[in-house]
Design a protein around this ligand. Structure first.
Ligand code: IPM
Ligand code: MN
Length: 361
């Protein structure tokens, strides 16, 4: 297969983990005889500094023409404490999602047995937890009508975000949820706040109408506050959860930390144009340039990329290599066992590349 990949390394630890992601992608492609070409493009803080735009038109064109985007992370502390900054790195990410029509964000929450002890939850609660959060990504409060802080006619400063959803937006994301549930344990939890929010009542209404089309899937409904609690009390309850943009943002951070390391979770965003594969952790500016960032989430994002194109064996080999590295304590410092050897971002990446190359097929 021929694959054109847009490489958006972004900021912070982004370029370091991307280097390893690309190395693994190339090694797997070589192993299976795929022809991969790469095009790098600017995004995030980096792009603001260079061209004044966190998602420049040229980057958009490169993404649009690619078969897939491999994305690392954006963000820079110099923007975080400046609420009046005119452009922010995160706007680049939001522009990318909107322009590429990436309405479905797939965030698997998987636990690795050897890291369960790192979880803040008790071993027996978290061991074996395995669910996917399908987060709507181009609607809701993120993109609804806004008013930045302004002094109103009564002399009071106010601001506004609108949580808008239309039926087609809800329906298409619920279908993604059902498709995933069908391939898994056939249990879909629709997470909303239908006891309070009108937009959630639309979600529930549409889901109740659709569930008859999927008689093989058990559908249940859960309020978001309850879901946040249930994820901690009984994460194994969930198989596939589907929810709106804002709730999904919050719940997936919660999900990522129950597994023991945020550095291990990949994601995929799909929609009407080129799909994007990226780790769910951020740009971790404190770790930049120190060769300590965990490249596994980026590498697992490459596995999701192959699987998206139905290249299952390729994805499987990456997952096998990642598991082997963990089993053999080839780990970055945040998950290394006491007394274990020291491996940096580069060394973990190189170990996985070697594993892939040496694998007898
Ligand atoms: C995420 C991030 C983004 C979001 C930020 C960086 C805009 O937190 O991908 O979850 O809120 O969607
Ligand atoms: Mn988030």
């Amino acid at each position: 297969m021929k694959l054109k990949i847009a490489v958006l390394a972004g900021d912070g630890i982004g370029p370091e983990i991307m280097e390893q992601g690309v190395a693994v992608l190339s090694a797997v492609a070589e192993k299976f005889g795929h022809e991969v070409t790469y095009k790098e493009a600017l995004c995030g803080a980096h792009a603001i500094d260079e061209v004044g735009d966190p998602f420049p038109e040229e980057t958009y064109q490169i993404c649009k023409e690619a078969d897939a985007v491999l994305f690392a992370s954006v963000g820079d502390p110099k923007f975080d404490n400046n609420p009046s900054a005119k452009v922010r790195p995160e706007q680049g990410l939001l522009a990318m999602r909107k322009k590429l029509g990436l309405f479905a964000n797939i965030r698997p929450v998987e636990t690795f047995d050897c890291l369960v002890h790192k979880s803040p939850l008790k071993d027996e609660l978290v061991r074996g937890a395995d669910f996917v959060c399908i987060r709507e990504l181009t609607g809701g409060m993120y993109f609804g009508k806004k008013q930045e802080p302004t002094v109103n006619a009564e002399g009071v400063e106010d601001a506004l975000d609108t949580n808008y959803y239309s039926r087609p937006e809800v329906e298409r994301i619920l279908r993604v949820g059902y498709q995933y549930a069908r391939q898994r344990r056939k249990h879909l939890t629709v997470v909303d706040k239908a006891n309070v929010l009108a937009s959630s009542r639309l979600w529930r209404k549409v889901a109740q109408e659709m569930m008859g089309e999927y008689p093989d899937v058990v559908t249940d409904f859960m309020y978001v506050d309850n879901a946040a609690m249930r994820m901690i009390q009984d994460p194994k309850f969930f198989d596939v959860m589907v929810t709106e943009n804002t709730f999904g943002d919050i719940l997936t951070d919660e999900g990522s930390c129950i597994t023991g390391s945020m550095g291990l979770l990949p994601s995929a965003s799909t929609g009407s144009s080129t799909p994007v594969f990226e780790p769910i952790h951020g740009s971790w500016p404190q770790g930049k340039g120190l060769n300590i960032a965990n490249p596994l989430a980026q590498i697992l994002s490459v596995a999701m990329l192959f699987e998206y194109f139905d290249l299952k064996e390729e994805g499987k080999l990456i997952r096998e290599a990642v598991n082997a590295s963990l089993d053999q304590n080839v780990r970055t410092p945040e998950i290394q066992v006491e007394g274990g050897a020291k491996y940096g971002t580069k060394e973990v990446g190189a170990w996985i590349v070697e594993y892939v190359r040496n694998k007898k097929m």
